[in-house]
Design a protein around this ligand. Structure first.
Ligand code: ATP
Length: 458
């Protein structure tokens, strides 16, 4: 059974993910993606963009600025309402998230419940919750804790300067640009806008590795529909987003939908796509929300700009309803990685292999000369590496015996290893001008003509 501790150790050992500010002792809830991690992350983003923009004729992309006019976060409800319920251990001052701790002892609660409802549930159950730091169980009254991260822009000497906020969610940029997009492109309702952007949350207890961090990326789509024409597209979007994970290799048995029991007052439906993480169990990777006309109504009210849509055919005027999908890239990354991480027996030995979909693999091919001390093999292998690396991410490795080199590539999920051997160079051999290509999953080798290699690997 794989555990999350094993996967976290693997991520560090093989350069996928490092603790943020590591040499300063780290900083809670912040992580850096290492050399292989950034490749995997970029490949996930590329596939997500392909599925949600490139292959969708009625979706367009966007990249909006992180800093926004501070009023945006008032209009969105974040300044007053973007809060988690927090309680403090009276003995050692450790803070806990009340809804999550209640969940751990089997009491259903979430941050969308009213303060009163949560308080009541917490009072009834808090004696069962022990402080993880000191073991006591004496908790202070829960308080709502705002998650927005404040920053400053400008010189801040003027009396009227307002704080600016880092984005609490990436999607607001889409609402702000909805009118620009309608006015400057040929989109017509129904249409979608997709964006990958950073979000920052002052999480009280960042935990579970990439699962709950203070800085993360979100991949969002907002689909604008005519009022009350939400039901059918909502079902289609929900299923399509679930299918995307499966199409990239995630085991469907490890995925499930969960409907929210408590939804914000303006929403009409909300579901999560959850993945069954090792050690953590099922938890959310993506939210799919039917948000009605809330967002554009709020921004109309606060900006004073009319965000009504005028149907070009009928002249009908309305505030569109929005169907939102929002997935955390870190959680997606973790789900793909956990799902692919495999230990298997090979004869007497065990190998670790990352069975990532080839589209997601950080390195697509590794090129080896069979022997390091034969210049003609090394030279040919370097030539091949040069050609291949202009097409996709490749690695050259001549270090250690060939078995070890295979294992190193298996661990990081490289689908193919290309070996230049004596047959490659020997004009008398039937395999002259070919290389051995070894497959990550079957571990079988085939001979491939160098002239066909790029096509073959693609
Ligand atoms: P949770 O209930 O776990 O706090 P949420 O319902 O508040 O999450 P949303 O606001 O719907 O999350 O955000 C959409 C997505 O952003 C989530 O599905 C998740 O993948 C990701 N996400 C949210 N908060 C974090 C976080 N602190 N760290 C990493 N990813 C996050």
């Amino acid at each position: 059974m794989k555990t999350m501790d094993e996967i976290i150790a693997f991520c560090k050992r093989r350069g996928f993910v490092y603790q943020g500010s590591d040499i300063y002792g780290g900083e809670a809830g912040l992580y850096d993606f290492g050399p292989y991690g950034v490749e995997l992350l970029n490949n996930i983003k590329k596939e997500w963009w392909r599925a949600n923009v490139q292959e969708k004729s009625n979706y367009v992309g966007l990249d909006s600025a992180m800093f926004k006019n501070p009023e945006v976060w008032v209009a969105s409800g974040h300044v007053n309402g973007f809060s988690d319920p927090l309680s403090e251990c009276k003995n050692c001052h450790t803070r806990i998230r009340v809804d999550k701790e209640l969940g751990k002892i089997g009491v259903h609660a979430d941050e969308k419940m009213s303060e009163k409802e949560l308080q009541k549930l917490f009072d009834a159950n808090k004696s069962k919750i022990k402080c993880s730091a000191c073991g006591e169980g004496d908790w202070a009254e829960p308080k709502m804790f705002n998650l927005l991260v404040q920053s400053n822009l400008g010189d801040f000497t003027g009396e009227n300067e307002k704080p600016v906020y880092l984005p609490g969610e990436a999607c607001q940029g889409i609402y702000l640009n909805y009118k620009n997009i309608v006015d400057t492109t040929r989109v017509k309702i129904p249409f979608g806008v997709a964006q990958i952007g950073k979000a920052f949350r002052n999480e009280i207890s960042p935990r579970n590795f990439l699962f709950r961090t203070r800085e993360f990326e979100q991949a969002d789509t907002q689909y604008f529909v005519k009022p009350r024409e939400n039901e059918e597209p909502y079902q289609e979007i929900k299923q399509r987003h679930m299918d995307w994970y499966v199409s990239l290799g995630i085991d469907p048995k490890k995925l499930r939908f969960t409907q929210h029991e408590h939804i914000v007052f303006y929403a009409s439906d909300a579901w999560d796509i959850e993945y069954n993480f090792p050690s953590y169990g099922f938890d959310e990777i993506e939210g799919i929300h039917d948000r009605t006309d809330y967002d554009l109504t709020q921004h109309t009210k606060f900006s004073g700009v009319d965000l009504n849509y005028v149907d070009p055919q009928t002249g009908e005027k309305y505030i569109p309803w929005i169907l939102e999908t929002s997935a955390g890239l870190g959680r997606m990354f973790l789900a793909f990685l956990c799902d692919a991480y495999t230990k298997e027996k090979v004869g007497e030995n065990e190998r670790t292999v990352l069975k990532l979909d080839k589209k997601l693999a950080p390195i697509k091919a590794a090129v080896f000369p069979l022997l390091k001390n034969k210049p003609e093999l090394v030279e040919k292998a370097r030539d091949i590496y040069k050609v291949l690396s202009s097409e996709f991410m490749c690695e050259f490795d001549d270090n250690g015996n060939i078995g070890k080199r295979y294992r190193r590539q298996d661990e990081i999920g490289t689908p193919s290893c290309v070996v230049v051997d004596f047959d490659t160079l020997n004009e008398k051999s039937k395999d002259f001008g070919t290389v051995a290509v070894r497959d990550r999953d079957t571990m079988e080798q085939v001979r491939v003509k160098i002239t066909n290699l790029i096509e073959y690997l693609k």
